[in-house]
Design a protein around this ligand. Structure first.
Ligand SMILES: Nc1nc2c(ncn2[C@@H]2O[C@H](COP(=O)(O)OP(=O)(O)OP(=O)(O)O)[C@@H](O)[C@H]2O)c(=O)[nH]1
Ligand SMILES: [Mg+2]
Length: 252
């Protein structure tokens, strides 16, 4: 619970039996967390049963794909604050406090993994991945310079918090099945005039198991191309009228 609002952690998971227990334990132990919701996306291993044993609520999403799993998680979350993270242990619960501190000022708080000083050795955030993310974030900034003047350094960070009511506003435009869902969600935030802020988070090597999106240069290049495409396409779509562009003193 954070200032009277329930907090749900959404964990999309595909074949993460090696790591899911540690992730559920870590987030369940955080005093502000009310619900850990694991979206088991047709895992062929015991991800779902392990998560349930450790006290998570487990929902099975039949449509394969990271984007579908995230969407289902945001929809199913019971909390008024919904925090997305990963099932591989690359993000940690102690960073949650930063998201909760900023969610009072902005309904959509993004993590960034590009602060080099906070990236653990061995994490999948080498020079190329880091600077690809920064470059794409700068393109997004330029495209949305008017009227939002975003300040972003990472388009693919899957540790992020959104207020459930803000999610309900943007969900209609968030439909990408794969990892490009991440920048799509940011673009939808801007299209709807949400206040979006970015905060640095610690980023670790996955605790075990296998990478699904970025274990080879080809996979990375494909993901980057899809992300780039969606950023451009979203800017060209007819924009809904921005509701809030400037920050009032507080927002609940
Ligand atoms: N539900 C669901 N989750 C997925 C799918 N693909 C990946 N994930 C989850 O999404 C998160 C991100 O996938 P990762 O394989 O860690 O991709 P990455 O973070 O780019 O790469 P590494 O962390 O370096 O291995 C993990 O928690 C995965 O379990 C999918 O198709 N469906
Ligand atoms: Mg990962």
């Amino acid at each position: 619970m954070h200032q009277g609002l329930r907090v749900t952690i959404v964990v999309p998971a595909y074949n993460e039996a090696a790591t899911i227990a540690a992730v559920v334990d870590d987030f369940r132990a955080h005093p502000s967390v009310d619900e850990v919701l694991v979206i088991d996306n047709r895992s062929k291993d015991t991800t779902g049963s392990i998560a349930r044993e450790r006290g998570a609520r487990v929902v099975h999403e039949e449509q394969p794909g990271y984007g579908f799993a995230c969407r289902r998680g945001f929809d199913e979350a019971q909390g008024e604050i919904v925090v997305l993270t990963e099932a591989d242990g690359s993000f940690r619960a102690f960073d949650l406090d930063k998201f909760l501190a900023y969610i009072n000022s902005a309904p959509f708080v993004l993590g960034t993994r590009t602060t080099r000083q906070m990236v653990q050795q061995g994490a999948n955030m080498g020079f190329l991945v880091r600077w690809c993310n920064v470059a794409m974030a700068k393109i997004l900034e330029l495209l949305w310079f008017y009227p939002h003047e975003p300040r972003l350094t990472d388009v693919g960070c899957s540790y992020r918090a959104i207020r459930k009511d803000a999610w309900m506003r943007i969900r209609g435009g968030c439909s990408h099945p794969g990892p490009a869902f991440s920048p799509e969600m940011i673009c939808e935030g801007y299209r709807h005039g949400l206040r979006v802020v970015e905060i640095p988070v610690h980023y670790y090597a996955r605790l075990g198991g296998e990478s699904k999106h970025s274990d080879s240069f080809m996979k990375l290049a494909k993901t980057a191309a899809k992300m780039f495409q969606i950023i451009i396409r979203k800017r060209l779509e007819t924009a809904p009228r921005p509701a809030v562009a400037n920050a009032p003193a507080t927002q609940n």
